[in-house]
Design a protein around this ligand. Structure first.
Ligand SMILES: [Zn+2]
Length: 251
């Protein structure tokens, strides 16, 4: 039985720790200190690191962890990310604490971005957030759209482990796009309560994101109408997505 625990790091990053009674695997350790503290507290041995992409807030703690533990680091190699020891690419499979994971190639944020999906969980880095999506720093918006489509295609019950606590901020923007959405309104109320208690809003699920995340709802009449009222001349899903991403960039 695997437990998945978030460690808050830097300002609003989550380092996800998968662990059983004895071993742990961490995803995107932007800092080493909270990981080491958790491992010591729970008497766990670190067995691997999963890395979604090379942004410093996702890899900043890896070298210190490598100094202390002789462990594989799975991810997409890049000259700016020298820590990867085990290169992965789309559809590769790996086993984490006995659980099989498949690699998703998720471009459109950075070129080296990958995700890791099991039968009930996905670690999606900075591609999909609670009620939002990542920014397009490299590659095209079409690639970001395609990455979100890959995630949207996962079973609704799949738990979504994003790398940042952005949900509340994203929901406020989502309410501008989709104000009549009752599920969205409920999610906002629930999220405000969670954050007031300083509790994580994650993981969410693919089903909840499909119901409330405007970036996964670009084919829905409400979202299309909102964008058209702001001057969009198209109802094509990709065009709606691009207009939505551009609007969010300016908010
Ligand atoms: Zn990033």
């Amino acid at each position: 039985m695997i437990t998945i625990t978030p460690l808050l790091a830097l300002r609003d990053n989550y380092i996800w720790v998968l662990h059983d009674q004895h071993h742990a695997v961490v995803v995107d350790p932007g800092e080493a200190a909270p990981v080491i503290e958790f491992l010591q507290q729970h008497n766990l041995d670190l067995s691997a690191i999963l890395c979604t992409h090379r942004h410093h807030d996702h890899i900043g703690g890896i070298s210190e962890l490598q100094d202390q533990y002789c462990i594989p680091v799975y991810g997409c190699p890049h000259p700016q990310n020298p820590h990867i020891t085990h290169a992965v690419a789309a559809n590769d499979t790996l086993e984490v604490l006995g659980v099989p994971f498949r690699v998703l190639e998720l471009k459109g944020h950075l070129d080296d971005h990958v995700g890791f999906v099991s039968s009930d969980s996905v670690f999606c880095g900075d591609i999909l957030f609670g009620a939002g999506c990542g920014r397009n720093f490299e590659g095209s918006l079409e690639q970001l759209f395609d990455s979100l489509k890959q995630l949207e295609a996962l079973p609704d019950a799949t738990h979504v482990y994003c790398a940042h606590e952005y949900t509340l901020m994203n929901l406020r923007f989502a309410m501008l796009c989709d104000p009549e959405n009752a599920t969205l309104q409920q999610r906002l109320i629930h999220t405000i309560a969670l954050r007031a208690d300083n509790r994580p809003t994650l993981p969410s699920t693919i089903g909840l994101e499909k119901a409330t995340n405007p970036f996964l709802r670009c084919n829905q009449p409400e979202i299309i109408e909102t964008l058209q009222a702001r001057g969009l001349q198209s109802d094509e899903e990709l065009m709606v997505f691009m207009a939505l991403r551009a609007w969010r960039n300016g908010e």
